[in-house]
Design a protein around this ligand. Structure first.
Ligand code: SF4
Length: 356
C-alpha cells in the first residue's frame, strides 16, 4: 500500500511550482498552466487540466493533493446576505470564513489561524484560544472553495480579518498573498486585498517591503496605550507609538491609505478625549477610520473584562462620527452584518475545535 504523503498543491506559490516542474524535467510554463486551471477555472481534479499531457496529470495526481479543507456547513443570515462557512482541516480542526455580499463588492473574510493567541477582549476568536497556524493551502482553499460555491467571478475582495492574526502566521500569509496576487490568478486585484493586524511592528515593515502592495488595516480600538493594553494585551508588547511608526512606514512605502478599525465600546473608547487623540493620529498619516459597532460575544461565555463590555449606543456612535468628520477625518461606519449567525466582526469562533 502506498503511504506517500501528498503535498497540498494550493499551498505552492507560482515560483515553487515552477521549481517543481524544472526538477522533473518539465518546462516551467507548466506552472502557469496549473495556476490557470486552479484559480481561473477552479478545477478539482488533475485529470481536468486539459492543456497538460495525460502523463503529467497522472504525475501531479501522484505527487499532490487538491483536497485541503472540507466544507462542512454554510449558515445564511436571515437579516442580511451574509454567509458563514464552516470548514474542517485534514487534522479535524474547524475554521470559519465569512462572505459578505454587497452588490458589485462581494467580500470574503478569511482566517489565518485556528483560534488566536492574542486574546483581544472584544473578540470571540481570542476567547477561543490558539491551536495552530493555517497552512498556505488552507488559507487559499477558503477562497477556492467559496469561489467554487458562488461562481468564479463572484468574490471581488479578500480581507484577512477572520480568525487569527495574519502577521503572526507571517510566512504563510505572504505565501497566500503571492498566490492571490499572481499574474496567472487574475480574479482579484491587489488593491482589493486587505490584511488586518492588531499591530506587530516588524512584520508590518516586512510586509511593506514585500512585493505585494496590498492594503493594510490596523485594529486600533483606542488611541491611548493604557486603554488599548486593557482590551488588546498585545499592546503591552508593542506600544502604540511603535505600531504607528510601522504603519506610517507602510503607508509611505506602499503609497496607500491605512484603515484604522475602531470597535465602539461604551465608556471605554467613545469619549471626547478619544475623538481628540484619534484626530491627532489620523492627521499624522494618510488614513481613514472604520467605526464598527461592538458585536456581542456572549456565545463564547467570556470571562473578566470581556463579559463587561457593552456597545456604544447608535446615537452616541453617530455623535462620535460626526465630531470626527467635523475635524475633517474620513470615517466609515461598518454595518453590522451576520450577527444573527455569529458572523459579524469579532464574533468568529468554533466551539467544536478538536481536543488535543
Ligand atoms: S481581534 Fe484579531 S488579533 Fe485580536 S484576538 Fe481576535 S483574531 Fe486575534
Amino acid at each position: 500500500m502506498n503511504s506517500k504523503k501528498k503535498i497540498e498543491i494550493k499551498g505552492l506559490t507560482l515560483s515553487e511550482l515552477e521549481q517543481y516542474f524544472l526538477s522533473i524535467g518539465e518546462k516551467k510554463f507548466r506552472a502557469s498552466q496549473v495556476f490557470n486551471w486552479l484559480y481561473n477555472n477552479l478545477v478539482t481534479k488533475f485529470e481536468d487540466m486539459g492543456t497538460l499531457p495525460k502523463g503529467l496529470r497522472k504525475k501531479l495526481n501522484y505527487d499532490f493533493t487538491l483536497k485541503t479543507l472540507t466544507l462542512k456547513e454554510v449558515q445564511n443570515s436571515t437579516l442580511s446576505e451574509t454567509k458563514k462557512f464552516l470548514f474542517s482541516t485534514q487534522d479535524d480542526y474547524s475554521i470559519e470564513t465569512v462572505l459578505i455580499p454587497g452588490g458589485d463588492r462581494n467580500t470574503l473574510c478569511i482566517s489565518t489561524q485556528v483560534g488566536c493567541p492574542l486574546d483581544c477582549k472584544f473578540c470571540a476568536t481570542g476567547v477561543m484560544g490558539f491551536k495552530r497556524n493555517l497552512t498556505i493551502g488552507e488559507i487559499v482553499d477558503q477562497y477556492f472553495l467559496t469561489a467554487k460555491e458562488f461562481g468564479k467571478n463572484f468574490i471581488s475582495n479578500i480581507v484577512f480579518m477572520g480568525m487569527g492574526e495574519p502577521l503572526i502566521n507571517f510566512q504563510n500569509t505572504l505565501g497566500a498573498l503571492d498566490i492571490f496576487t499572481s499574474q496567472h490568478n487574475n480574479r482579484i486585484s491587489r488593491n482589493r486585498i486587505t490584511v488586518s493586524t492588531s499591530g506587530i511592528p516588524d512584520q508590518i515593515r516586512a510586509l511593506a517591503d514585500s512585493p505585494y502592495r496590498i492594503k493594510l488595516a490596523l485594529s486600533l480600538h483606542s488611541a491611548f496605550d493604557d486603554v488599548r493594553s486593557k482590551i488588546m494585551p498585545v499592546n503591552k508588547r508593542f506600544p502604540l507609538a511603535d505600531v504607528l511608526d510601522a504603519v506610517r512606514y507602510y503607508s509611505k512605502i506602499t503609497d496607500t491609505r491605512i484603515t484604522f478599525e475602531y470597535i465602539m465600546l461604551k465608556g471605554i473608547n467613545d469619549r471626547e478625549e478619544d475623538i481628540r487623540a484619534l484626530t491627532k493620529i489620523c492627521r499624522s498619516l494618510p488614513s481613514k477610520i472604520n467605526v464598527i459597532p461592538f458585536n456581542s460575544i456572549a456565545h463564547m461565555s467570556p470571562e473578566g473584562i470581556s463579559q463587561e463590555l457593552e456597545p456604544t449606543s447608535k446615537v452616541d456612535i453617530e455623535t462620535f462620527v460626526s465630531k470626527l468628520r467635523d475635524n475633517y477625518i474620513t470615517v466609515m461606519v461598518r454595518d453590522t452584518q451576520g450577527d444573527d449567525i455569529a458572523a459579524a466582526c469579532g464574533q468568529l469562533a468554533t466551539k467544536n475545535i478538536k481536543l488535543t
